[in-house]
Ligand binder design. Structure first.
Ligand code: SF4
Length: 473
């Protein structure tokens, strides 16, 4: 996974100053309003969220058993299962299948997992045409960009941006209305669907008891990608397995509501193996690639494990005050927003993504809205603490001065007299640095604290001594 999160501070500063982006990001509130209305119309919405969480807990606790059951059932239905430990292995499996089957053209349904492993880039390098068929993904692919939102990949682009892009890349000038642009894309994509040798999708769920892959969408492009080409390849993270069809029903009730405020996605496709004798549609070959790529690291960590419950609905992005201001691209990786800030350190390493756990106000809005109640703020705090202590895997961490300062602070805090002496001395010495009763610029390595904010002046008297004075009156 390519990450440029070390540029987070620079890119987020630029994003906040980008007026077009700021006006586009206002649309996120609409998602949340619709989401809230959709949940309000559910009698037992909160109970369903609890039920979904408990299904996830149960499934993740016995992931090996459910994945094996899924594999057995996919094979029983005539499909093929491949296991990929890394993104590289998953890419190699797809390339191998493409080469063996002389595949020249691929159509792709929207899939964050394929974005994660940078499949399009690998296919392009191998000389295979791979076309995104979700409208938002098609737009970002034409623009040579990455999706900026899990659900709405082109949310950062205005109608005018898309019109200009279509004029340049599709030779379709003077488009004004969204409907006209959609019609142009639809016509182009229809040609691609008819000529494709292989369709690649993700998988929202894999049902262990039946071997069925379930795909949710609104445009019909995923259904076409799975049924028109000869071969269908689905890439699924290990966490997407669900034990039974009964369990799936719970997720179907909450996923579309959380994502877009719909009661149900417009298309829900159930893929049970390849086309069988006597059937009139479906791919002739079906391959399921089950991807780890860092997920078992999350599984092994009790405190991080619940991030595997994520349904990729995008609701936490829409309510996050940081995402609402900086958008998705500033995060420098495929998973943005609150969930991205915990997944990226797990997938790419904390050293490469050290700013992301700090890109949060810890307001808790993500935890409140998450359909499976993932405690994102708690995990962010854990990652911050890991960074301060030094990332075990990479032996990196906060700068030495900062670590030393915190150690000294902790040492003094445990010794009341020392702490009180240090406090009184600092309160006495701060005088020349005070401006309007505030510390505007701290000295030495502490200067970072006051770069963008004031530091309150230290009180002349500690709370303890004020208390004592009060008691002695
Ligand atoms: S963490 Fe929760 S709210 Fe965020 S994308 Fe995942 S399921 Fe949706």
């Amino acid at each position: 996974m390519h990450v440029t999160t070390e540029a987070f501070i620079r890119d987020s500063t630029a994003a906040v100053q980008n007026k077009t982006l700021q006006s586009r990001l206002r649309v996120l509130t609409t998602f949340t309003i619709k989401r809230n209305a959709a949940f309000a119309s559910l009698e037992n919405g909160e109970a369903l969220r609890d039920q979904a969480r408990s299904i996830k807990e149960k499934t993740i606790a016995r992931l090996d058993a459910y994945l094996t059951q899924l594999e057995e059932n996919v094979v029983r239905l005539g499909g093929n299962v491949h296991w990929a430990r890394t993104g590289e292995e998953a890419r190699a499996i797809v390339l191998d299948l493409a080469r063996k089957n002389n595949v020249k053209r691929i159509v792709k349904g929207k899939s964050m997992a394929t974005e994660e492993i940078e499949l399009n880039e690998a296919l392009e390098q191998a000389g295979i045409e791979s076309v995104e068929t979700d409208l938002g993904e098609y737009i970002v692919q034409l623009a040579h960009e990455k999706p900026s939102h899990i659900l709405a990949p082109a949310v950062h682009k205005s109608k005018e941006d898309v019109a200009e892009l279509f004029a340049q890349k599709l030779d379709a000038p003077n488009l004004k209305q969204a409907e006209e642009m959609t019609a142009v894309a639809r016509k182009r994509l229809r040609e691609k669907f008819c000529a494709a040798d292989m369709g690649i999708t993700g998988a929202n769920f894999g049902i262990a008891e039946t071997g069925t892959i379930v795909l949710l969408e609104n445009e019909g492009n995923i259904r076409l990608s799975t049924t028109l080409p000869r071969i269908h390849v689905a890439l699924m993270g290990i966490e997407k397995v669900v034990p039974t069809l009964g369990d799936l029903a719970v997720f179907l009730k909450i996923l579309a509501r959380s994502a877009s405020g719909q009661k149900m996605s417009s298309y829900v496709s159930f893929i049970s193996g390849a086309r069988r004798a006597g059937e009139t549609d479906g791919a002739e070959e079906f391959h399921l690639i089950i991807l780890d790529n860092g997920r078992t690291r999350l599984l092994a960590d009790e405190e991080m494990r619940e991030s595997l419950y994520c349904l990729r609905c995008g609701a936490c992005l829409n309510v996050c005050p940081v995402y609402q201001k900086v958008g998705g691209h500033a995060y420098g990786t495929v998973y943005s927003g609150p969930i991205g800030s915990i997944l990226t350190p797990a997938f790419a390493g904390l050293e490469k993504s050290k700013d992301l756990p700090f890109a949060s106000t810890l307001c808790g809005a993500c935890r409140e809205i998450c359909p499976v109640r993932i405690d994102i703020p708690r995990i962010l705090l854990k990652l911050r603490s890991e960074w301060a202590e030094g990332d075990r895997a990479h032996r990196a961490g906060a700068p030495l001065t900062e670590r030393l300062a915190i150690k000294l602070w902790a040492f003094a805090m445990r010794r009341r007299f020392l702490y009180s002496f240090a406090f009184r001395t600092a309160a006495f010495l701060q005088g020349p640095m005070l401006e309007d009763g505030k510390l505007k610029r701290l000295p030495f390595a502490f200067g970072g604290w006051t770069q963008n904010r004031d530091f309150p002046a230290l009180a002349r008297k500690s709370f303890r001594s004020m208390w004592r004075d009060e008691e002695s009156r």
